[in-house]
Design a protein around this ligand. Sequence first.
Ligand code: SF4
Ligand code: ZN
Length: 726
Amino acid sequence: MSKIIATSAIKGAYTIVERAQKALEKSIEKNGPEQKLEFPNTGYYLPIIYSMTGIAVEKLEDARKVLIEARKLLPQVPSDNIWLPYLGGTLDAGIATLWAEEIIEAIKYIDGPNPVDGIWLGAATDVIIRERGIEFVDGTAPGFAACVGACRDSKTAVKIARELQEKNIYVFMTGSTDGKTMSEQLQEEGVELGWDTRLVPFGRDITATIYALGFAARAALSFGGVQAGDYRRMLLYNKDRVFAFVLALGEVDEEKYANAAGAINYGFPTIANTPIPEILPRGVCTYEHVVSNVKDEEIVSKAIEIRGLKVTVDKVDIPVAFGAAFEGERVRRENTYIEFGGNVTEAVEYLHMAESSEVEDGKVEVFGPEVDDVKEGSSLPLGIEVLVYGRKMQSDFEPVMERQIHYFINYATGIFHMGQRDISWVRFSKDAVKAGFKIRHLGTILHAKMHSTFGNIMDKIQIKIYTNPEDVAILKQKAKEVFKIRDERLSTLTDETVDTFYSCTLCQSFAPDHVCAISPERPGLCGAYNWLDCKAAYEISPTGPNQPIKKGETLDEKMGIWKGVNEFIYKSSHQKLESFSAYSMMVDPMTSCGCFEVIITILPTTNGVMAVNREFSEMTPCGMKFSTIAGMVGGGIQTPGFIGISKFFIGSKKFIIADGGLKRLVWIPKMLKEEIGDLLRQRAEELGMPDFVDKIATEENAVTEEEVMQWITEVHHPALEMEPMI
Ligand code: SF4
Ligand code: ZN
C-alpha cells in the first residue's frame, strides 16, 4: 500500500490524540475528574468507544483510560525508506483517531464551543437514530455519504448533494477546505439543511466526522443486537449492512487521512476528487479502499459503484427532482406560490376502487383552474380523487394506499404535503412553479408511484383533480361517508373476528431473531404497521416480510396464546422462542427489535406499570431513562416485566389485558398523556372509570417510584386494589 497514506494517516492520528489529551487535561483541571462527559440524550455513551471497547465513558476521568488505549494503537511513523505492505498500522491509527475525536467533541459540550451552533447540529440523539435507523431497515435509505471538506464552488456542492438526495442517500457533512464547508456552500444556495432533508451538517471541524461513524456504531448496537465491546461484529455489521462511504472533497491533509483510515475499518471506502495516492486492493472494504482524482461530475456514481450499493431511482415525469430524500422538505410561506387546504381552503383526498370500465389507466384530469390561471400568492380548494381498478384489489387496501398519497407527493422537490383525508394541506414553491410544475403533475406522481409500489394489487389507476369549490364540496361529502364506514370497520376488527394474524420480520435485518406478530388489536411495536397494512403488504409482495399466520387452536384465550402463532414464532425466531402471549407483559411477552415507540415497565411496589415514550429523555420512576431500558428490552429477547409497544396499543382493549389491562397504568410522561389523551379517555370510559386518566401520574406529580406510590394512594388509583402483579 501507499507509504504516503500510511505516513500521513499515522501522523494525523498522533496530532489528534495529542489534541484530545490536551483538551482532556485542561478540562479536568477546570471541572474536576468527576465532571460528566456525554453526548446529549443517548444511552450509548461515546458510541464509537463504547461499541468497540465496551468502555462506558461517563466522566472526564474515564476518558483517560481510553486515551491510554488509543496510544497503544498508534504505530511508529514509518521512516521514509520503509515499504509498508499491509494496512494494519494505518487502520489502528484510524481507530485511535476516532476515539480521540469523540473525546474532543464530547468535551466541547462542556467547555465549548458548543457543537450545536447555527446550522451545525452536533451529535444525533437516540430519537433520531431510531427514526432514521428504520429507513436503513426498510430500504428507504440505502446508506450515507460522509462528505468531508468543501466543493470547488457552491453550485458544485448543490449538484453533488442533489444527486445523493435523489438516490435517497443521507449526506453527512463535516470538515472544511480552505476555511470553506460544504454545508455553508449549500446554505448559500438556499438549500434546506437538516435531518428532514437528509442533508446533515454535523460540524465544521474534521473531528465532527465521528458523528457520522458514531451513527453507524449505534445502528449496530441498537438494531444489530451487537454487544458493546464486540468490535469485530460491530465493524462487520457495518461493512455488510450500512452502505456508507466517504467523499473527500478538496485537499486531503494528514488529519483527513487519519479519519479516512478510521472509516476504512468500517468497510467505508474513501473517494477523493483530488489526486491523492490510492489504496486499491480488496481486503477490509468490499472493493477498493481509496480511489482518487475522480471528477466532481462522476464522484457520486463512482462512490456507489465502489461501495457496491444498490440504488433504485424513481423515474417520474415531472419537471422537479423526485425522491424519498425530499420528503421532509418544507415550503415556507414566503416561498409559496400557491397553497391548497390547510385552514385556508377545503381540501380532500380520496382513493377508492372502481369498475374496470370506469378507470382509464394514466388519465389525469384537472377540473377547475390550473397554476397558470392564478397569480402568485393565491390559494385554491383541492380535491384529489384516485380511482383504482385491480383484480386483486380489496376495499381494505383503499386506506393503506390512500395514506401513501402524502409520501408520494412530498417526494417532489418544492412540493409540500401534510395531513390526509379531508384535512390535507399542499403548497407549491415558487421555484417548483417556475420549473414548470402544474397541478396535473400531482396525478403524474400518483400514477407512477402507485404502479411501482402497488403493482401487484392494482392494474389501472386514474386521477381526477378538482380545484373549484363546488366539485371539491361534492367529493368531500362523498368521501366523508366512506371514511366513516372505514373507521367503523377498523373498530369492529378484533383479534377474535379474524383467523389470521400477520408477521413482520422487516427488522430481522437489524435484529435477526425478532418477529412482530400483528393482530387487529395489536399493531407492530414501531407504530408503522397495523393488521390491514400487513394484509395489503402480503398481497403486494407475497414473499415479503409480512406473512400470514394462521392462529390455529387457541391455547389460552386470556393470555393470547395460539398454537399456530407459537409454531410460526418458533420457526421465524430461529428456534429462539417457543411461546408468546399477546396480552401479557409478565409471561412470555413479545420481543422487541429496538423500534418501539413506548416501553411498558413494571413498578413492583405500586402494583402497576409505567409507560415511557422515546421522546422522553428524563429519568423515570423505575430508576432508568428510556435509553437504558431500551438497551435491556431490544435485540429480540423476551424480558418479562418489560414490553416494547406502539403508542396506539395503550388504548387497545387488549393492552396487557392478561395482567389487568389499562387499570395498571400508574405513570406516563405528560407529553405522551397529552398525545394519546383522547384514546386513553375513550378506553377509560369503556372501562367505566371516566376520571381514570387524571389518576395517572406524570413527571409533574411524581419522579420516583416512591412518589408515584404516594400519588396513587392520594388519588385512589385502581391499581392498588388489584391482584398482586407478581
Ligand atoms: Fe420492525 Fe415490527 Fe415495525 Fe415490522 S412491525 S418494522 S418488525 S418493529
Ligand atoms: Zn424494529
